[in-house]
Design a protein. Structure first.
Ligand SMILES: Cc1ncc(COP(=O)(O)O)c(C=O)c1O
Length: 404
């Protein structure tokens, strides 16, 4: 059982938290680093006196921390209000910064399995007259770099492909996609900005923006044991971007508003810590993940693993169970002290099948029976054993496999 249990009153009440792709608890070291910025170091970083200098120092340090993880320059790091804001700023900011006269014109290439924080802003731009192509995926949720390249036209100004899918954990070959997109753009005579939503990749994969060949990258604090409501947008030097939020000109004119210093300090610290743990956590997560996938497949005959067996992050495991809906499964698991999810948190309350699973060719009636289990740094073998006990009981109770 997880350390989150410390917050609960008795041992028996502890929750087995397996929804780390939805959010993570702020780790103690991060909270400790943040706390002085609420009280004694409360100054506005834009002011000139010494108190403000302390806040400014906190901001600068966080910017350097994030930049070092991304192999970027600190001036290329923009702090935002979260992953959704980073994605919106990337997409709308690039569209709005295009030369005068091109408003409402131009083409965006993205994929059918992006988070809604990418799909919805692209749809908003479509309503304004922009064209968009949503490249499909194979049955494992994998995007073919050649298909992305083939979608590029002379009008394409933006490509946005996520690094790790939040529902099934499939990892895209971003460096290959970037390489092929740049070749295709050069042949088509256009100039393309490449964005990746790396919200679910942080702490799991290398975020080196040069190896990945991207111009823009979105990150979020609360997926990496940092606070909610803070994010990062990496903006490669030279990329033209109009701010989504205009005002006092903070973040080098790219995101106005007095900086959320405590959260930014927390984001920087969380990035450093999770990156340092990455090599060791990978092996542990792989072991837990294999245990979970094998266990579910063996114990629940009608289960279907959703995702890619190799090109995936081990932390995210997604299964469909035919004949049941995700919501009652989650309620049943909750009753047994296991917190999991059905796809992404924002759509988990709806009975609509996941757009990601549909894009992977899963039939709607099977897709509504999907459950996402996402592990984190506090997850133990015992936690996996527990869910392997609880899940078959819940599915049996809901009538999926009567011979159990
Ligand atoms: C892939 C992906 N992108 C973007 C977001 C949005 O991030 P935030 O909650 O910080 O706005 C999420 C959160 O679920 C996500 O999983």
């Amino acid at each position: 059982m997880t350390k989150i249990s410390k917050l609960m009153s008795s041992e028996d009440d502890r929750i087995n938290y397996l929804d780390h792709a939805a959010t993570t608890p702020v780790r103690a070291e991060v909270l400790e680093k943040m706390l002085p910025y609420f009280t004694e170091k409360f100054g506005n970083p834009s002011s000139l006196y010494a108190l403000a200098g302390e806040a400014r120092y906190g901001l600068d340090e966080a910017r350097e921390q994030v930049a070092s993880v991304l192999s970027a320059h600190p001036g290329e790091i923009v702090f935002t209000g979260g992953g959704s804001e980073s994605n919106n700023t990337a997409i709308k900011g690039v569209a709005n910064a295009r030369p005068q006269g091109s408003f409402g014109r131009g083409h965006i290439v993205t994929t059918a399995i992006e988070h809604h924080a990418v799909i919805h802003p692209v749809e908003q731009l479509e309503k304004l007259g922009y064209a968009a192509t949503y490249v499909g995926v194979d049955e494992h949720g994998l995007v073919d770099p050649e298909e992305v390249a083939a979608a590029i036209t002379g009008d394409t100004f933006l490509v946005s492909v996520m690094m790790v899918n939040n529902e099934v954990g499939t990892v895209q070959n971003i460096s290959k996609i970037s390489e092929r997109v740049r070749d295709a753009a050069a042949s088509a005579g256009g100039d393309v900005v490449i964005h990746t939503d790396a919200v679910q990749a942080a702490g799991k994969l290398s975020l080196d923006v040069n190896d990945l060949g991207v111009d823009l990258m979105s990150l979020s604090g609360h997926k990496i044991y940092g606070p909610k409501g803070v994010g990062v947008l990496f903006v490669r030097r030279g990329v033209e971007l109009d701010p989504l939020i205009a005002g006092g000109g903070q973040e080098r004119q790219r995101r106005s508003g007095t900086e959320n210093v405590p959260s930014i300090v927390g984001m920087g610290e969380a990035m450093m810590l999770i990156e340092a743990e990455r090599p060791t956590s990978r092996l542990r997560m792989q072991t837990l993940s294999n245990m979970l996938i094998e266990g579910i497949s063996e114990r629940i005959p009608d289960s279907k693993f959703n995702g890619h067996y190799i090109k995936r992050v081990p932390e995210i495991v997604n299964f469909s169970f035919s004949g049941v809906e995700g919501e009652p499964v989650l309620l049943g698991l909750d009753f047994k002290g296991v917190a999991a999810s059905s796809g992404s948190a924002c759509s988990s309350a709806s009975l609509e099948p996941s757009h990601v699973l549909l894009a992977m060719g899963v039939s709607p009636d099977v897709a509504v029976g999907s459950v996402r289990i996402s592990m984190g740094r506090e997850t133990t073998v015992d936690d996996i054993d527990d869910v392997l006990m609880a899940l078959p009981q819940v599915i049996k109770h809901l009538g999926s496999f009567p011979t159990f």
